[in-house]
Design a protein around this ligand. Structure first.
Ligand code: THU
Length: 161
């Protein structure tokens, strides 16, 4: 896990954090007022974003990370090299970086198994004054995945035509 500054990031990290920050503004969040945006970078350098989408039945809420993953899958994209997450409160900026919740770590881990086995994560505060670069392997060690079920997910790298 590396704390760094926005300026020191590779272009990939800067673009992803900016896309995640923009996406968070689309959050549907009448219950929490919390805005979260995620941007995924596919292996072929396409950015796909998502934001949190809440529901009156609170448990139905979908986090930004999973929204992005589901959107990507719906577009036939299952292989990613990196992701970024940015959040803000209704009337406050985050003072620490926002990291994915447990359920989203599980889903990001599955995605990493379809890619190169890991996923770089760029995390930043609302104003980008704090930036952390980490990875799903680091945030979710010994993750439960396809191998535990004896399943080879490689045939699922591409969606069926
Ligand atoms: N949320 C995310 O979108 N991602 C996370 O990793 C943590 C939480 C959302 C869900 C809910 O809409 C709001 O933040 C408050 O939990």
């Amino acid at each position: 896990m590396q704390e760094t500054s926005f300026d020191q990031l590779p272009e990939e990290g800067k673009s992803l954090l900016q896309a995640a920050s923009d996406a968070k503004e689309h959050a549907y969040n009448p219950y929490s007022g919390f805005y979260v945006g995620t941007a995924l970078l596919t292996l072929d350098n396409e950015i796909i974003t998502g934001c949190n989408t809440e529901n009156a039945s609170y448990g139905c809420t979908i986090c930004a990370e999973r929204a992005a993953l589901l959107k990507a899958n719906s577009e036939g994209k299952r292989q990613f090299k990196a992701a970024a997450i940015v959040a803000r409160g209704k009337d406050f900026d985050t003072q620490e970086v926002t990291a994915p919740c447990g359920a989203c770590r599980q889903m990001l881990f599955e995605a990493s198994q379809l890619g190169n086995g890991d996923l770089i994560l760029y995390l930043a505060t609302t104003t980008f004054d704090k930036v952390v670069v980490t990875s799903i392997q680091e945030l979710f060690p010994l993750g439960f995945g396809p191998k535990d079920l004896g399943v080879d997910v490689r045939p699922y790298i591409k969606t069926s035509q």
